[in-house]
Write a protein that binds this ligand. Structure first.
Ligand code: 5GP
Ligand code: MN
Length: 330
C-alpha cells in the first residue's frame, strides 16, 4: 500500500504534517503517529493544525507537539503531508499556501472521492480510520518502530472514528489492530477511553438538555433533526466543540435512518453534521450542499437562516430515502 509513498518520501527532508480543521481523534492521532514515524526515519518534521483541539484531546500532543502554522513555517518545508481529509480546503490556510509556494503534497486518508490535487495519494475509503492506515505504514515498513506513544495515538483515532468499534466500517482486522495496539502501547482501554469520553462539563450537559428538546422527526419518522443555536451556547457558556457527540442522540431513536444536528453559529452560518445508520448515504446528501464526508457520517454548511436550512436539507434527504426505497424494492 505504501510502496510509492516510501520511495518518493526519500526525496524530501523537511516535512510538514497537517490534520484537518476542527480536528478530531482520528486526524490528530494519525498526525502524531505519522510524525513519530517520520522522525524515527530521519526526517525533520513539523506538525500543524489551524484550530484549537477539543478539550478531550488536549493530552494527545504530549506525544508530539501540534502547533498553528505560519506562512514562514511552511516556506521552510519541502513537502506537506495531509492526513484524514481528501481535499486541501479541509485543511485551512495550507490550501492557499501550497499553491503560493508550489509545495508538493501527499495525502493519507479514508474519505471517498478524493480531489485530484495530490502528488502521492493513499486513499482507502473502506478503512475504518486514517489511524488504521498509519498502523499499516508501520507494519509495512518496520513494525519494530511502533512505540507506546504512537500506539496510544493510533488507538485513540480508531476508537473515536468507529464509535468505539461499533460502526460497520469495523472489520475483524480492525479489532486485531486494536489488540496489537493495546499490547504494544502497554495500556488498558479505560486509560484512554476515560480521557476521550468521561470529561464532560456540567454546562455541556445543560446544552445537551436544551438540544434534546429541539428534536423533531421528519419523513415518516425516518429523519431526526436536532438544533443548537448561538443563544443556547451563550446562555450555557458553551461553544461549538461542546456539541461533540450530540447527533448520536437523535440517531438512536427507534426507526430513525438518518439524523442531522444543525448548529446555528451566529456569523459563520449553519454547520450541520449528518449521520446514517441505514443505507441512506449522507455523503451524497452533504455533497448536494457542497459538503462531504463518508457514507455514514458527513458534514456541510448552509448560509441560513436555521428554518430554511432544515427545510432544504430535509428536502434533499427525501430524495435519498426514495432512492434507498427504490433500490430495496428492485
Ligand atoms: P462531523 O460531522 O463530525 O464534523 O464530520 C463528519 C465527517 O464529515 C468527517 O469525516 C468530516 O471530514 C466530514 N465533514 C464535516 N464537515 C464537512 C464539510 O463542511 N465539508 C466536507 N467536505 N466534509 C465535511
Ligand atoms: Mn477519520
Amino acid at each position: 500500500m505504501f510502496e510509492e509513498f516510501l520511495k518518493k518520501i526519500e526525496n524530501y527532508k523537511q516535512i510538514a504534517v497537517f490534520s484537518h480543521i476542527r480536528p478530531d481523534g482520528d486526524c490528530i492521532g494519525s498526525q502524531i503517529a505519522l510524525c513519530i514515524w517520520l522522525e524515527k526515519n530521519g526526517f525533520d518534521v513539523r506538525s500543524f493544525n489551524d484550530d484549537d483541539l477539543p478539550p478531550n484531546l488536549v493530552w494527545l500532543p504530549e506525544f508530539y507537539p501540534v502547533t498553528k502554522p505560519s506562512e514562514e513555517d511552511v516556506t521552510e518545508c519541502d513537502l506537506a503531508i495531509l492526513v484524514d481529509g481528501n481535499a486541501t480546503h479541509r485543511f485551512g490556510k495550507i490550501d492557499e499556501w501550497y499553491r503560493k509556494f508550489k509545495l508538493p503534497l501527499m495525502m493519507i486518508d479514508h474519505h471517498p472521492d478524493p480531489e485530484n490535487q495530490f502528488d502521492v495519494m493513499i486513499s482507502v475509503p473502506e478503512a475504518s480510520s486514517t489511524c488504521e492506515l498509519i498502523y499499516k505504514l508501520y507494519v509495512e515498513h518496520e513494525p519494530g518502530q511502533l512505540c507506546e506513544k504512537a500506539a496510544k495515538a493510533l488507538y485513540t483515532g480508531i476508537i473515536t472514528d468507529t464509535g468505539s468499534l461499533q460502526f460497520d466500517s469495523v472489520t475483524p482486522e480492525t479489532v486485531e489492530i486494536v489488540a496489537d495496539l493495546l499490547r504494544i502501547g502497554k495500556f488498558k482501554p479505560n486509560e484512554i477511553i476515560e480521557k476521550i469520553y468521561s470529561n464532560k462539563s456540567l454546562k455541556q450537559y445543560r446544552l445537551l438538555s436544551r438540544a434534546l428538546s429541539t428534536i423533531e422527526l421528519y419523513e415518516n419518522n425516518q429523519v431526526a433533526v436536532m438544533s443548537v443555536t448561538q443563544q443556547m451556547m451563550d446562555e450555557t457558556g458553551t461553544t461549538n466543540v461542546d456539541t461533540e457527540g450530540f447527533v448520536n442522540y437523535p440517531l438512536s431513536i427507534q426507526g430513525v435512518k438518518a439524523a442531522i444536528i444543525f448548529k446555528d453559529l451566529a456569523d459563520d452560518g449553519i454547520k450541520m453534521s449528518l449521520r446514517s445508520r441505514s443505507d441512506v448515504n449522507v455523503n451524497l446528501w452533504a455533497r448536494e450542499l457542497d459538503g462531504g464526508g463518508h457514507q455514514k457520517a458527513a458534514g456541510a454548511w448552509h448560509p441560513g437562516p436555521l428554518e430554511k436550512a432544515i427545510r432544504e436539507t430535509v428536502e434533499i434527504g427525501r430524495k435519498q430515502l426514495n432512492k434507498v426505497e427504490k433500490t430495496a424494492s428492485t
